[in-house]
Design a protein around this ligand. Structure first.
Ligand SMILES: NC(=O)c1ccc[n+]([C@@H]2O[C@H](COP(=O)([O-])OP(=O)(O)OC[C@H]3O[C@@H](n4cnc5c(N)ncnc54)[C@H](O)[C@@H]3O)[C@@H](O)[C@H]2O)c1
Length: 395
């Protein structure tokens, strides 16, 4: 579908993500029907949109009349039938449950015109399975926004097994029209790009902490002050929510086996005692008095190259699996999590041989799959593709 023909959309779910996505579509000129399970929830969603639009006006990012016009383009309903009439696009952002999502798509499939594209904002679930719940699997894809969608620049566009290239192209164009930078995940792999690489990095930090090699404050200080990352891994896990980190960790473990074995000893007790991080006031840190203070003097306690090594290895696996290219991986990590560098460009700069040696050293020491070098990395180094100094690496 040509992007210019995308004029009417339904957004299903008006929660944290749904209301933001509805707002973005309306700001880009789409008529949007926002759907939820009660009028009360829809009202709340609409109020949040109004608040956000007011902020944009206050900060002079948009004009007051444009904000009013965007708000006027959003209607609300609890009826799928009403919402799906004449639409060109659906974006679903209901709870992260495959059965609920399949039911939502199967129901909409009956009412929406046959040309309409169905996009899911899922963080972890199978796009292919959602596609199978409809009679239009070629028009079902992932469109993974980051929170808050109004502000975060990145969108992962995910191809399910039956998704057509035309659908992917339309969603890539749509993401650009919404002011975002799209990256394409060519295969329906769990964790897509950003959460998959973050999963590896979290696991390495949690295992190091569990083995008593560094304190969580020491790891976070090193990651922030030596590594230049915006947050330490424990701080970031608390910020994301330990229940979500736990669920994503479980899904990655199911998908990739031992390489993604989570450190249950570190995360499970906190989740079981409902210490879920910032949102509950306590997780790895106490958040009741604001953001935790990460002591600067511990900045050498942890070797940040270990984080980089597992990130580069997972990036290599993504390329090995033909799920993504280096440029999209790097863009994803920089825009989705504000990393100072993407893992592929980092490896090219530091030397793929250096990264490989680090992995070999860690693998020999701990005998864990997490550190076992990806065959693609071995292959590149054996071909002499060691990065910038050799004229060829990931790039
Ligand atoms: N919160 C994040 O940081 C984030 C980031 C990226 C992606 N996601 C994904 O976005 C989706 C939504 O997450 P969220 O954080 O906005 O959740 P949320 O709980 O804030 O909102 C979900 C909304 O969906 C509604 N809902 C549930 N079942 C429904 C149904 N059958 N029909 C219509 N509405 C229904 C709920 O009432 C609720 O308002 C999930 O798939 C999640 O994995 C979340």
């Amino acid at each position: 579908m040509a992007i210019g023909n995308l004029k009417k959309a339904a957004v299903i779910g008006s929660g944290a993500m749904g209301h933001g996505i509805a707002q973005l579509l309306a700001m880009a000129g789409c008529e949007v029907a926002m759907v939820d399970i009660s009028d009360e929830l829809l009202q709340k969603g609409k109020e949040k949109i109004k608040w956000s639009l007011d902020k944009f006006v206050e900060k002079k990012r948009i004009r007051a009349e444009d904000a009013a016009a965007a708000l006027a383009r959003i209607t609300t309903t609890t009826s799928y039938e009403q919402a799906a009439k004449d639409i060109d696009l659906v974006v679903e952002a209901v709870v992260e449950n495959i059965e609920v999502k399949k039911k939502v798509f199967a129901t909409l499939d009956q009412f929406a015109p046959s040309h309409a594209i169905f996009a899911s904002n899922t963080s972890t679930l199978s796009i292919t399975e959602m596609g199978k719940a409809t009679k239009r699997p070629d028009k079902v894809a992932g469109m993974h926004f980051f929170n808050p969608p109004q502000l975060m620049a990145l969108v992962e566009v995910i191809k399910g097994e039956s998704t057509s290239q035309e659908t992917i192209n339309t969603l890539v164009e749509l993401a650009k029209k919404l002011g975002k930078t799209p990256i394409v995940v060519r295969k329906d792999v769990r964790g897509f790009i950003v959460n998959r690489i973050l999963g590896a990095v979290f696991n390495e930090a949690f295992w190091a902490y569990h083995r008593g090699e560094a304190t969580k404050e020491g790891i976070d200080a090193s990651v922030k002050y030596s590594g230049g990352f915006p947050m330490g891994w424990f701080e970031l896990a608390d910020f994301v929510g330990l229940d979500i980190a736990y669920e994503v960790g479980k899904i990655l473990y199911e998908a990739y086996g031992e390489r993604m074995k989570p450190c249950a000893e570190v995360i499970d007790p906190l989740v079981k005692s409902s210490k879920l991080g910032q949102k509950t006031g306590v997780g790895f840190y106490d958040w009741t008095k604001g953001r935790p203070r990460i002591p600067f003097n511990l900045l050498e306690e942890y070797d940040v190259e270990r984080s980089w090594a597992v990130a580069v290895n997972e990036a290599a696996w993504l390329i090995h699996d033909d799920a993504a290219n280096p440029a999209d991986i790097d863009t994803g990590m920089k825009l989705g999590t504000y990393w100072p560098s993407g893992p592929c460009e980092y490896a090219d700069r530091m030397g793929l041989d250096t990264m490989l040696n680090k992995l070999r050293e860690l693998y020999a020491k701990y005998n864990m799959e997490l550190y076992k070098p990806c065959p693609l990395l071995e292959e590149y180094v054996s071909k002499g593709w060691t990065g910038k100094k050799a004229g060829r690496g990931f790039y």
